[in-house]
Design a protein around this ligand. Structure first.
Ligand code: DGJ
Length: 731
């Protein structure tokens, strides 16, 4: 037995789930350190097996010795890195008490673990720590979920009995990644182009993605990823971090000259935003890490975790007709009942009345805040439309944008003090609107009363909850103190309270499209509006990358008009519908202007969606890593791998012709499958298209999952911006 090391096995924890290991070094009384996060290490010996190879040896094997001109003790990276331990990278907790107590040194008092029968090891851990000198308490909660996600959050409490508050400036939690994670991937974008990937070398220093928009952001990365060079959807180890928060937040990837690499994340706090009086606490958002061999495995852990929630929408996701791009602000009962009729004709199951129904809202310059039906447009209220929609067998949904206020509204005129602002000036307008300060009890109560009354009066099934601007100079009156943290927390409370009053109500998180996509908002909503851009080509990319975090049933995906309103591109109906098929399917198109042939074809796609949604909304999402960037392969494989649907997508022209052989991943290697084109995606219009010989065979091809994943099938040669569907059924 080696000497010179602590061999107290009680001081290490090994959490294992779904092919992931998390080994924590809890020796001594400082905050726990991660020894390993990644691939399952197997049984290394623990409390029940003290004679095993040993967690202590794992830690000892990688321990460092002091180097010249560094501290005399090794500097470990704890879950919440501390300056006092010698950590000179981005610190975990920052804050102060009148300038003092700027650096903390927490001592662990207890570590409690909770065991669950479905996992081999303890999988929840709560660390209680104190800093007697700074008079602060800290609770670190950590969990390895059944799907292998590492969730952690921290609560800091001011224990100073005196008058001086402790001002929290920031709280960042970290997870180390190994040195062979040499490449970073994050997402950026803007309105109408969310989730554009960018890759870089993981160089020394800090790569920071900080969001100060007061909402998650149309440019939010969703995940900050570090992986082996060239990692793809199917290959390469990769680690990622997400911050489950809908306000200001940051994620970072940091690499130090001492050879430490980490991913970190937390809320970004504005100056003075969280002053803790005696006894008060601040709890940061959940910071969630995922590991995978390839992005599909990493994303699958999020999908499984979300699907295991009791409030996950398990009911079949209804085909939704949204009125926005069909009529914009041109609302009247005749137009909208006719639209509802066509929606019912093609098989829609939910009708959502978008912006423009409330008082003074004839365009986007006025009315936000006045959540009363506009009698000039709807003389009989919304009742006649709602009744008509219901008589067709459709659910009824309504658009709202509760946190916003138009300066030209009765509400703003009555309560100018309810607008978030500071410095005695109003923030610059965005879409001619300002933000209502939910930190005012009166504003909050007004919204709750209005929303509750509307949902009750019309028995509303679904709210499309929008949020169409960034927060700028969001000060709470009368002091003008920074108010984004309080605003985010109050929006969550409002959603929670409304849902408690209306348990059957579903809510969509929309924010200029995909500006509020995160797991904080998704604790209280049922899908996201993935983007205002429903151009199917753009959507192929946007859905692919938003899908790193969310499973298909949470991604609102609509069939738009033949010519996309936001790009001017024209696409076939099959390309539009075959793209929407892989989300929560809907329609956003003036169907009263569509010809009978288009409506009939759309009805075929709606029927296919209804038949396939049990597979698409419970299965495993997979992507082929095809070398031709113009040929994309993605699909969903049933949990029992008996059935799968793939889309072969030609996004642009390819250099190779005919089209390449594509691999169909994710199937049971030893099972045999019949693989055939799947209607209505079995043909793609275009005179120069050519099908490979197997495409026309009624019986398709019969191959094993191994052969399909390794050798694959020849794709049809398609015009650009076309797709076909392929179905695999176990024999
Ligand atoms: C932005 C949303 O993303 C759109 O879908 C639509 O609801 C408009 N707002 C309405 O103002």
């Amino acid at each position: 037995m080696p000497t010179g090391h602590s061999r107290d096995y009680r001081d290490y924890r090994h959490l294992r789930a779904a092919g992931t290991s998390l080994v924590l070094d809890c020796t001594g009384d400082r905050l726990p350190r991660v020894v390993h996060w990644g691939d399952d290490l197997g049984d290394l010996g623990d409390l029940r097996d003290p004679g095993g190879a040993g967690l202590a040896d794992l830690a000892a094997a990688s321990a460092t010795a002091p180097m010249s001109n560094t501290l005399d003790l090794p500097v470990p990276l704890s879950l919440m890195p501390e300056h006092s331990a010698g950590w000179l990278g981005t610190p975990g907790l920052t804050g102060h008490r009148d300038g003092a107590d700027f650096s903390t040194s927490f001592t662990v008092r207890s570590i409690r673990t909770v065991r669950t029968p479905d996992l081999p090891e303890a999988h929840q851990l709560t660390v209680d720590a104190v800093d007697e000198h700074a008079r602060l308490g800290l609770v670190l909660e950590m969990e390895l979920t059944a799907s292998g996600l590492v969730r952690q959050r921290a609560t800091v409490t001011n224990h100073d009995p005196g008058e001086r508050p402790y001002v929290v400036d920031g709280l960042l939690l970290a997870l180390p990644v190994p040195a062979h994670a040499t490449e970073l991937l994050d997402l950026t974008g803007r309105h109408l182009r969310e989730r554009s990937p960018q890759r870089h070398e993981f160089t020394l220093g800090t790569h920071l993605r900080e969001n100060r928009r007061g909402r998650t952001g149309t440019d939010a990365t969703l995940l900050h990823l570090a992986g082996e060079g060239g990692f793809g959807f199917r290959t390469g180890e990769v680690w990622g971090l997400h911050v489950a928060w809908s306000g200001n937040h940051r994620t970072l990837a940091e690499r130090t000259p001492a050879g430490v690499s980490l991913l970190g994340g937390g809320e970004t706090l504005l100056a003075g935003e969280v002053p803790l009086a005696a006894g008060q606490s601040y709890t940061g958002p959940w910071v969630i890490g995922s590991y995978g061999r390839g992005l599909d495995e990493l994303a699958g852990r999020f999908h499984q975790y979300l699907r295991a929630r009791t409030r996950h929408p398990h009911r079949p996701r209804p085909v939704t007709l949204n009125t926005w791009e069909a009529v914009y602000f041109q609302q009247d009962i005749g137009t909208l009942t006719a639209l509802a009729d066509t929606a019912a004709e093609v098989g829609a199951e939910r009708f959502v009345l978008d912006d423009g129904w409330f008082k003074g809202r004839r365009d986007d310059r006025a009315g936000l805040g006045d959540w009363y039906v506009d009698e000039s447009v709807w003389p009989g209220g919304l009742g006649p439309l709602v009744d008509h929609v219901r008589s067709l067998g459709l659910e009824f949904g309504l658009w709202v944008e509760p946190e916003m206020v138009s300066p030209d509204s009765d509400l703003a005129r009555a309560h100018p003090e309810w607008i978030l602002a500071t410095g005695g000036r109003l923030p610059p307008e965005s879409r001619q609107q300002q933000v209502l300060d939910l930190g005012h009890a009166g504003a909050y109560d007004h919204l709750l009363e209005r929303l509750d009354a509307l949902v009750t009066e019309y028995a509303i099934d679904y709210l499309k909850w929008d949020h169409n601007r960034d927060l700028v100079e969001a000060g709470h009156s009368p002091t003008g103190a920074a108010g984004v943290h309080a605003q985010t927390a109050a929006a969550y409370r409002l959603l929670d309270e409304l849902r408690a009053r209306h348990p059957g109500l579903e809510i969509e998180s929309c924010s200029s499209g995909g500006g509020r996509v995160d797991l904080g908002i998704l604790e209280r909503t049922d899908r996201v509006w993935t983007s205002d851009c429903i151009d199917a080509l753009e959507r192929q990319r946007i859905q692919r990358w938003t899908g790193l975090l969310l499973p298909p049933e949470l991604l609102g995906a609509h069939v738009g008009s033949p010519v996309a309103h936001t790009t001017g591109r024209a696409h076939t109906l099959d390309f539009r519908a075959g793209t929407a098929l892989f989300g929560h399917f809907g329609i956003e198109w003036d169907l009263t202007a569509a010809d009978p042939g288009e409506r009939a074809r759309l009805a075929e796609w709606v029927a296919a969606y209804k038949e396939l949604r049990p597979l698409l909304h419970t299965g495993t999402v997979v992507h082929g890593d095809h070398p031709d960037p113009a040929l994309r392969v993605h699909g969903v494989v049933a949990a029992d791998r008996s059935h799968a649907l793939y889309a072969l997508v030609q996004t642009a022209t390819s250099v190779p012709s005919p089209a390449g052989v594509v691999r169909l991943p994710g199937l049971d290697a030893d099972a045999r499958y019949q693989v055939r084109p799947r209607a209505p995606g079995d043909r793609a219009e275009g005179p120069h298209r050519s099908d490979p010989p197997w495409w026309g065979r009624a019986e398709g091809v019969e191959l094993t999952g191994r052969a399909l994943a390794a050798a694959g099938v020849r794709a049809p040669t398609l015009f650009p911006e076309r797709l076909v569907l392929v179905e695999a059924r176990g024999l």
